[in-house]
Each structure stands twice: as structure tokens, then as C-alpha cells.
Design a protein around this ligand. Sequence first.
Ligand SMILES: [Zn+2]
Length: 166
Amino acid sequence: MNPDIFRPPVIRGRMTITDQGDALVLAGAIDEAAALHELPQRARNGQLVLDLAAITFINSLGVRDWIRMQAAAQKSQLAVELRRVAEPLVHQLNMIIATRGDAKVTSFFAPYACDACGREESLLIDAVANAERLVRLDPPPMTCPECKAQMAFNDFPERYFSFLTM
Ligand SMILES: [Zn+2]
């Protein structure tokens, strides 16, 4: 199985926070019930590392609380790293600049489609290893897990990668 293929678990109810040692793993929907305010207190050695692969949805109240969390982290001078950012959160980072805070995104999911077999996947992009091509708005090549053809990036790079460049 290709480890880059991401299938989000279906989680109902409030967002969960799990400490995996090197990162706090957030899962589920970010809404007014998500305890985002707890996150800065759970930073370690001045570092707040969030794994966001399992975020399924964020509503407007969740966005408000997310911006507050980023502001609190900035005030406490925490280094915030966002890992494996799920697509719904990438859209917010692109639309609302305040959601970015001072956070560094080290990897994120992006939509790809295979013209040969029609498969669509959310694939993980390493934002550090691919930094140069991402600022050129050039999506990294990906191989279709189904038929091994090269997949096409399935959004507008100038829109989807804008959180990295602006
Ligand atoms: Zn294919």
C-alpha cells in the first residue's frame, strides 16, 4: 500500500486531540466545540507541532477559534509547525491570511486525478523538500496508485499553493 494515500477516518462528535509524542494529532471537525484554546498550553520546549491529516471539516466558528489559537501561540512565542494539513484546512489557509499566523507548514494534502483511469486521491506533498517548485506553482509529479500513470494536479496551483507564496 502506498503510504501517501490518505483516507480520513470518519469521526463524529467533537474534535479529538491525541498526543503522539512528536506531535499533537487533531482529528474530526473543527467547530466551536473543538478545544483549540488548549493547544498552546500543550506545547513542548516552545514548539507546538500539530498533525492535521484527519481534519474533516472546519466551520466559521472553528476558523475564529483557530485564528485565536494562532494569536495565543504568537503571543507566547511558540514555534508552530503544521504537518500533513488536510485539504479543508488548506482552503482556509488560502482564503483567510490570519489563519496562517506564524505557522510553518511542513507538509499538506493536495488533490490529484488520474486521466488514464479516473482515480482521484488526496496526496501528501512535502512542503520542505518541494519548496522550490511550490513557489514556482509547479505541483510535484505523483504516480497513480491504481494504474501507475502520472497523475495531474486537480486544482489551480496559483490558488491552492497561495498560502506558501503570499
Ligand atoms: Zn490511474
